[in-house]
Write a protein that binds this ligand. Sequence first.
Ligand SMILES: Nc1ncnc2c1ncn2[C@@H]1O[C@H](COP(=O)(O)OP(=O)(O)OP(=O)(O)O)[C@@H](O)[C@H]1O
Length: 298
Amino acid sequence: MTGAAIEATGLGMKYRGRDGGWALRDCSFRLPAGRVCALVGPNGAGKSTLLALAAGFLRPAEGTVQVLGGAPGEARAKMAFVAQDKPLYPQLTVAATLWAGAELNPATWDQDTAERIAGELPRDAGVRSLSGGQRTRLALALALGKRPELLLLDEPMADLDPLARHQLMGALMAEAAEHSTTIVMSSHILTELEGACDYLLLVDGGRVRLGGETDDLLAAHTLLTGPVRDTDPHTVVESRTAGRLQTTLVRRQGPVDTTVWEATEPSLEELLLAHLRSPEAPALLTPSAEAGKEVAAV
Ligand SMILES: Nc1ncnc2c1ncn2[C@@H]1O[C@H](COP(=O)(O)OP(=O)(O)OP(=O)(O)O)[C@@H](O)[C@H]1O
């Protein structure tokens, strides 16, 4: 059996002074350990809020979140969080920042990994003099040098050039493969996530809309193309009509009548866009993503 890296039950968060609106509401899901999870959703969906709750930087207004089997505060030594604004000490140099990482994490610190990720950053440069992308590199060096069991990354690649992005994604994936690190990575760049992430959480309007193994979520959906016609008994996520042709993304309920429909599996982008355009489509969590369930290891 595999344990949960994150398990949220009825998780809700309201910010003070936000007209009583919920940033996150009634959020229940389970992320099995060892997965590389893409956290996606539109601007303001609640992704950063969810990551900050899991990191223990925010306290939920309702519900609970468990991280590596305990409260987020208890798991701090075993996780690393790279927030969207990449907080670092501006008065330190690169070398002093890495030294601080080693001092603060004596039991787990991996200097070689930290040095490799820091790459060509001048070690005597002050953090305040670094560019956005260089700060990201240093923040990732700190996070990976800590050799965490759980790595929470909030839009980590947003300000990196394509080469650095490619290199650092490779380093992240190697880390995950070698040490079974659980990674949760929010991003708006689907191409960055496709192929790298084996698990998906789609958050929209403060709720989890899709959760589970990316392959299973894709396989549960079918794009039906054919005449303008009822697609019963399948559950419709989104239907679009162009002239006499109808394209409908459905969750299959039984076999598809291929004498009527051309049936294809959607791409990740098609799956996500259809759900974002159809907020009324019911949520779907695969069994491994349902809170309160233990599932067999894969
Ligand atoms: N410190 C704050 N004070 C008040 N409201 C906040 C605060 N931080 C976030 N919010 C609100 O909470 C909601 C969720 O925001 P959050 O930053 O979690 O979304 P997000 O999915 O990470 O968005 P993005 O993709 O734009 O980074 C938004 O409506 C946002 O305006």
